[in-house]
Design a protein around this ligand. Sequence first.
Ligand code: AMP
Ligand code: ZN
Length: 466
Amino acid sequence: MQFYNSMTRSKEPLVPIDSGHVGMYTCGPTVYNFAHIGNFRAYTFEDILRRALTYHGCRVKQVMNLTDVDDKTIRGALAAGVPLKTFTAPYIQAFFQDLKTLNVQPAEVYPAATDHVPEMLVLVEKLFARGLAYQSEDGSVYFSVAKLPGYGKLAHLDRENLRAGARVAQDEYEKESYGDFALWKAWDANDGDVVWDSPWGRGRPGWHLECSAMAMKYLGETFDIHTGGIDNLFPHHENEIAQAEGATGKPFVNLWLHCAHLRVNGEKMSKSLGNFFTLRDLVEKGWSGREIRYVLINGHYRQPLNFTFDALDAARTSLARIDECVDALTALAGSAASGTVPAWAVAGRQAFEAAIDDDLNLPEAFAALFALVRESNSAMHQSALMPAQAAALLATFEALDTVFGLVRFGRAAEGGIPSEIKALVRDRASARANKDWAGSDRLRDEIAAKGWEVRDSKEGQKVKKL
Ligand code: AMP
Ligand code: ZN
């Protein structure tokens, strides 16, 4: 597989440090509010990436941080008059719910910044030892960008503009105003009771520090892939590199991948512009997580994507086409064992693989998926598909869908069985697994009393209307 590396600005092959395993760090949410669907463009892009790696048999270890201490979370907690953790907890919970709604596979580790302050302090100590950190008059600790020759290599900064000793205290700032950035911020009244002790006095960590410290803790000093939205590239990722490489003297990350923004009317969707929708806003308007996911992944991740309700409409139509085809294949396959797929399906799968292997070319991957839908429909229309081939085609769709995460399988097979009956059948399966034969028989009778027959076969329970 090859990916566009933001550092070198060219496509490069992925060569995992530990063959067959990929370590990947993705900058997570700042949990002061509900994430908006612009944020979820970044998280669905990262989900596609991990699914594509998994498709190729890689074992992925993904780490996503939760930024639960920064200017915004502290401001929110003070305004609400509650401790920081009490303020952030519901947003963390909402974030995980939203990921589920969007069928985003969970990362392996979700470290919270407030649980890793000791690791951050060790990192700052190393930077002092290497002469890269200093304490200013106000007690805050800064990183001296002039002392690290490689500073600016990710954002391709012009070091000519470097103004020695100029400092920026905010977490976010523009390229033009770069200077020494805060590693540790001395306590001030705005911080309320959010404070930690350090060798440099009481204070709290700068935003950039958490990601370097937690990435290295869970993935090692050098790891394979680091991702984020393009707005993270500078200053956040540049500063992550400076802190990590400044402390270890080793390369921090092999591949940097950034997704372009989700836009509204040509502008970045963001909280500060007020032009955003949360996932919840859209679900309340009647859109499903699947439809929203479709819109978010239906484009090349390096191209800006414009959010519109027309796109959601189109997603609904496209998903219905996929569903109808898969349902028809399911009905045709019945209980047939999987045979071999027609030649066009082999070619379709190859086209899909070539697309995702080339820097996650999702537009081409979708084209391959819809070509399979078209060919399947036309083969079924001409009665040219055997049940065993339909079963094999379903397996192909399932394989592709391990990356897309969009398709609903098994609807036709389950079609018409009321959820009440399905629940009883599930209970009966657990009764049987527990060798509770009396319970199993009782449930069979109960199911029969409701007009359904359940039979036991080698493939499990079969249900049909009496
Ligand atoms: P934040 O909570 O602001 O730190 O952002 C979390 C993630 O969402 C980061 O990876 C950002 O780069 C990303 N992000 C924020 N806004 C957008 C947007 N409009 N489109 C795509 N990604 C975004
Ligand atoms: Zn980060």
